[in-house]
Design a protein around this ligand. Structure first.
Ligand SMILES: Nc1ncnc2c1ncn2[C@@H]1O[C@H](COP(=O)(O)OP(=O)(O)OP(=O)(O)O)[C@@H](O)[C@H]1O
Ligand SMILES: [Mg+2]
Length: 270
């Protein structure tokens, strides 16, 4: 028995002009769950994630955050029913996002980057913002780089700052869009370790990733998307070992093949 879900999508659809990219997306995320979206390129994973916090306006269905509808004042909406930016910010406050390309400000220090959303967005006093930012940087092991600029950091370090920036907002749910895909292979692990440590502490997450081993290890539920829809969802074991559809079998085949080749060569954990 769960209390109120943190996030709920009901029949969500989205078109870019006449191109329908999401169709009838239904998803409920409860506290402590780690839900991972997988699927081929262009299947709508990023768009779905961006609709969850209204960085992208969905145009069918409803998104609820802790029971409050996000983006529109009523389910039977027209454009005129769109909420004000201030109300949207308020409803989405329990959420924070980590971006594939880090999206750090190059002219600001690490500490300033993490403080910016607190000071500018939440109007927090500077001292308190610095305190919260320092704590978040320590959580991802980046406190020693507080005064560096992003260009002085490796990709892995920049993404850890990206995660700290989200953490400083003290979110109840984090959205992560391919948090390791812009990294050199040797930097992937350090970021996965940080995400794993957040998971161990009970952070609720919705993550998009192409790293299947990581998805299998960390997720409470995996959602397979193709052509803008959810094709299958379930536990990592169900999805990876008992796929029901040809679509999912075909999507996973190259990964299993690669894993087998690595296993034959005595290389583990791919
Ligand atoms: N701003 C946009 N304007 C027009 N079309 C868009 C826009 N953003 C995404 N699309 C289209 O929507 C579809 C879904 O894109 P999306 O980025 O959500 O896919 P994805 O599953 O995240 O892919 P990838 O794995 O490559 O990141 C694609 O056909 C894409 O071209
Ligand atoms: Mg994407």
């Amino acid at each position: 028995m769960h209390s109120q879900p943190i996030l709920e999508l009901r029949h969500v659809g989205k078109s870019f002009l006449d191109h329908k990219v999401l169709t009838d997306i239904n998803l409920t995320v409860n506290q402590g769950e780690i839900v991972t979206l997988i699927g081929p390129s262009g299947s709508g994973k990023t768009t779905a994630l961006r609709c969850m916090n209204f960085l992208e306006a969905y145009d069918e269905g409803e998104v609820y955050i802790k029971g409050q509808m996000l983006g529109y004042s009523s389910p039977a909406r027209g454009l005129k029913d769109r909420d004000s930016a201030a109300l949207i910010a308020k409803v989405r406050q329990p959420l924070a996002m980590v971006f594939q390309q880090f999206n750090l400000w190059p002219h600001m220090t690490v500490l300033e980057n993490v403080c910016a959303a607190l000071i500018l967005g939440q109007k927090m006093p500077k001292e308190l913002a610095r305190e919260k930012a320092s704590k978040a940087l320590a959580q991802v092991g980046m406190e020693k780089k507080a005064l560096s600029r992003p260009a002085q950091l490796s990709g892995g370090q920049q993404q850890r700052v990206g995660i700290a920036r989200a953490l400083a907002l003290e979110p109840e749910l984090m959205l992560l869009d391919e948090p390791t895909s812009a990294l050199d292979p040797e930097r992937v692990e350090e970021v996965e370790e940080v995400i794993q440590s957040l998971a161990n502490e009970g952070m609720t997450m919705v993550m998009v990733t192409h790293e299947m081993s990581f998805a299998a290890k960390i997720s409470s539920r995996i959602v397979f998307m193709a052509d803008g829809g959810i094709i299958e969802s379930g536990s990592p074991h169900m999805l990876f070992h008992q796929p029901k559809t040809e679509r999912l079998k075909n999507f996973l085949a190259p990964w299993f093949k690669r894993s087998r080749i690595f296993a034959e060569q005595g290389v583990s954990d791919v």
